[in-house]
Design a protein around this ligand. Structure first.
Ligand code: PLP
Length: 407
């Protein structure tokens, strides 16, 4: 008799985006002439940079000739891409990361979801609330949690991110082995300073814990004082794994390319408390279950690091940041408290009311779609997330409509 992995039965159905779509469709049916403005889902709206498109075309043409055709590539990614990543994203910023510590993949979603596989089933996980749901659900699937009760899974150390601490997680007061951090944060848009991040690195060192640092929104950081990588903190190489993605950096959400950094000095422990390198474990997992990213996609990602590519992604992100600043200022002028929107595409708004009620008000009275904070965890209740991924004109119009409703 084939039995199922019963941990899957504990999972809560993610009704969030389905529920949003249902309400939006109902509104559109009742108001066929109303143009809805979508500031909900965190997907980019602008085309790939032309440097990436040109590199893509050239690589596709290479695939059309026997003499330049490529079959399976190295599972960890081609050297041409790993070398550019190590140099531009780390070494040039004083972070000591080498190309063979980089694992190219088809997404930070898969990597942040899969990485927990190499750790013990009884590892104690600490996860922020509100959170990008992948971290939590993949640990539920792996059996690291108990049942779901009153909005939370038993056995998880939740790191509440509330207005009391500018929506930043605080160090846990119970021991944690695997700690998820995400900065700039989805959904709150909050950022962390180097000194605050150093506290987490020190915690991990003291408790022999490991940090999984999701920096998918790193490219939105414009404040030079903020760390772009956890490896800018001394000692982080030994206790942290970092995730990056070309999705938001260069508009690759539909093209798929990301990478994970596993430093060779990073350690975890056997049941007899013997220190073991994590790099060979992830290398084994990655090469066993993953067969590399398409060659033309890796060439397109490489083009991000060309002078033209750098210029183009700066323009791209400047556009989204201009939207974010506009949203943030409009919300503040309405007297509502918010975080994010600076160094981040997300604005997290305290609505002083139920988050679905706030969502419905903006949809039904302004025709604007946001994301209710309750969908990201218990601490998200009372909040909504507005995303800057749209045109400036649409953002201006959406904020005008919201002002009209809330004034
Ligand atoms: N990490 C965070 C925090 C995200 O918000 C997202 C996507 O929205 C991802 C990872 C997924 O990135 P990718 O497109 O590389 O899978």
């Amino acid at each position: 008799m084939i039995k199922i992995n019963e941990h899957y039965l504990k999972l809560q159905d993610s009704y969030l985006f389905a529920n949003i779509a249902k309400r939006v469709n109902a509104f559109q049916e009742q108001n066929p002439d109303k143009a809805i403005i979508r500031l909900g889902i965190g997907d980019v709206t602008r085309a790939l940079p032309s440097a990436c498109i040109d590199a893509f075309h050239i690589a596709v043409d290479e695939m059309a000739q026997d003499s330049t055709f490529r079959g399976y590539g190295p599972e960890q990614g081609y050297d041409f891409l790993r070398e550019k990543i190590a140099l531009h994203d780390f070494q040039n910023r004083g972070a000591d990361i080498s190309p063979d510590e980089i694992f190219v993949s088809d997404g930070a979603k898969c990597d942040t979801g899969n990485l927990q596989e190499i750790f013990a089933a009884d590892a104690r996980v600490a996860i922020p609330d509100p959170v990008y749901p992948v971290y939590l659900d993949t640990n539920v699937m792996a059996g690291r949690t108990g049942a779901y009760s009153k909005g939370r899974y038993e056995g998880v150390t939740y790191l509440d991110c509330t207005a009391d601490h500018q929506y930043l997680p605080q160090l846990p007061d119970e021991p944690a082995d695997l700690i998820y951090l995400c900065f700039p944060n989805n959904p709150t848009g909050a950022t962390i300073t180097k000194s605050q991040l150093s506290d987490w690195v020190a915690y991990a060192q003291d408790h022999k814990a490991l940090i999984l640092y999701d920096a998918a929104y790193e490219a939105f950081i414009r404040d030079d004082e903020l760390p772009r990588s956890i490896y800018e903190v001394e000692g982080a190489r030994d206790v942290a794994i970092e995730f990056r993605s070309f999705s938001k950096t260069a508009g690759f959400t539909g093209t798929r390319c990301a990478y994970t950094v596993v430093p060779k000095t990073c350690r975890a422990y056997t049941s007899s408390a013997q220190a073991t390198e994590v790099h060979p474990l992830w290398n084994r997992r990655h090469t066993t279950k993953f067969n590399s990213v398409a060659y033309p996609v890796q060439r397109a990602a490489e083009a991000v690091y060309s002078p033209q590519g750098q210029e183009e992604i700066k323009t791209l992100i400047d556009g989204y940041l201009k939207n974010a600043a506009y949203i943030r200022e409009s919300i503040q002028q309405l007297g509502l408290h918010c975080v994010g929107g600076e160094n981040s595409p997300y604005i997290w708004i305290d609505g002083n009311r139920d988050s679905w009620e706030f969502f419905d008000l903006l949809l039904n009275s302004a025709g604007v779609v946001c994301t209710p904070g309750a969908g990201f965890g218990k601490c998200g209740q009372g909040h909504i997330r507005i995303s800057a991924f749209n045109s400036y004109e649409n953002v201006q119009q959406a904020m005008e409509r919201i002002e009209h409703v809330l004034r």
